[in-house]
Design a protein around this ligand. Sequence first.
Ligand code: AMP
Length: 568
Amino acid sequence: MAKKKSKKKVINKLVLDEDNNEEEKRVEFHEMGLDDRLLKDIAKLGWEKPTVIQEQAIPMILEGKDVLARARTGSGKTAAFVVPLIQKILLRKQRTEEQYVSTLVLTPSRELCRQAYSNIQDLSSSCSREVKCADVSGQVNIKAQRSILMEKPDIVVGTPGRILQHLQCSNLDLKESLEMLVIDEADLVFSFGYESDLKALLEYLPKIYQSVLMSATLSEEVLTLKKLVLHNPVILKLEDSDLPDTDQLMQYHVKCCQADKFLLIFTLLKLKLIRGKTIIFVNTIDRCIRLKLFLEQFKISSCVLNSELPVNSRCHIVNQFNSGLYDIIIASDESVLLDTKSHVTDQEKPRRDKRKNRAKEYGVSRGIDFQNVSNVINFDFPPSLKAYIHRVGRTARGDQLGTSLSFVGENELEVFNEIEGALQSGESASSLKPYQFRMSEIEGFRYRAQDALRAVTKVAVKEARLKEIKSEILNSKKLKTYFDDNPRDLKLLRHDKALHSAKVHSELSTVPDYLVPKALKGSNISYSRKRANPDAGSRRAETKAIRIKKKKEENPLKSFKFKRSSQT
Ligand code: AMP
């Protein structure tokens, strides 16, 4: 279990006086006047205390103020608006049973919509009858979503593009009903090309409603948005908006040559120096696959977040990772196409390129909630400070601790120095400490790493990519009707030549004792893995019987046998 971190100081420039000791006072969830059902759901999630942004934003939003909050992803900002909006709906339901769409939550991508939606569901599971929510960001035809909106859910979640479409074709009418507008990851809304959609959408809203804007930065774009939707807002600006404190997030780096990165990652994982859920970032999809196939050689399983796959599959992978099916996920910044290809409608196509370029900087690391991540490994060093912050920000979320480790190749030294300098002089004055690790200690692993890398040929990588796409096509719901009409095509795909990706050498998966560095020899960690054995089943049963017998023998009460003395 991740440990809890200590209290953090907040400066809310407009609300609190900087010298005022009041800012140190912590408000608990139960002191916020929240409905018992909401408190129950918060407790179910295991949240003991509100995070800094929640502590600040929830009371303000409950008071009915417009709020602009600068908060990094991972700070608990989603619940900072979800908790009060549920509370407000519950209060309203006590006054009237009338059902209408009172709240609109806009986010710049389908993934973020899903995330907000699932947060709303989690926090309203005890009052799901009273609080109804719909996420209409899905890629289905808008006609198919009409019936959902006809039921007038209390909360509608969607991207600005999709919501505008619904408003334009009168599936949604907010003129009389809207009470609250939330825009999450507001700084990405414009950079994802939604500026004109959003401006057009505002025309469909009533004159008076409460607005909340959540943003990682207070960029020019956010300030424009602020003028458009906020009225005399309270601005909540957390002191540390980039990365968590050094007592919550430990950042390390290790300098090595490019070729040694594979050796390093394999030994760190195999020697269990990296433990817990880990995201490994690399710079391209090909390298994601290559690394996955390489690790497979050592029976280290991982999944790849491949931007070539459709959004549903990628969400599925993130869910599998979050639910603990995999401990390692390999992602590239290209996975940002998460947000572009998938949700672009025909109407939006001209904006796609602009969005793609702008968004590239952020990568998969922006906004998506990978849960309980203990480590972020930059296998390839990120190209910019922004990318570094967004990648590393995947760990140490909420009140959990996290570690980042960056591999710095000889060709990445320049960008590393730049980023390190910027981090040291930044608000959080954080630094990337050298990871105390002697490469000479792992020399013995070099041949294994080289053998494994040799097996991961370009062809193997290409085939693995194809294999993934092929299985995606076979499982595609959208293509089902096509395959029903054209069974021959399906057959051809199914009987396509078998793909042989990298051959796995089972002997590589064990770590012989002589390879374990001296410093680790005394530890209780077991590095060797039992070899796969055809007789394993029967042997296991045998060993179990022996174990029970041994245990019995060790237990004096069970092993004690009364022996009649022959002399008596
Ligand atoms: P967010 O910044 O909204 O993406 O949230 C980041 C993570 O923090 C999510 O996994 C939340 O489940 C978690 N979280 C949110 N609020 C709290 C809290 N009060 N205590 C502990 N974890 C939280």
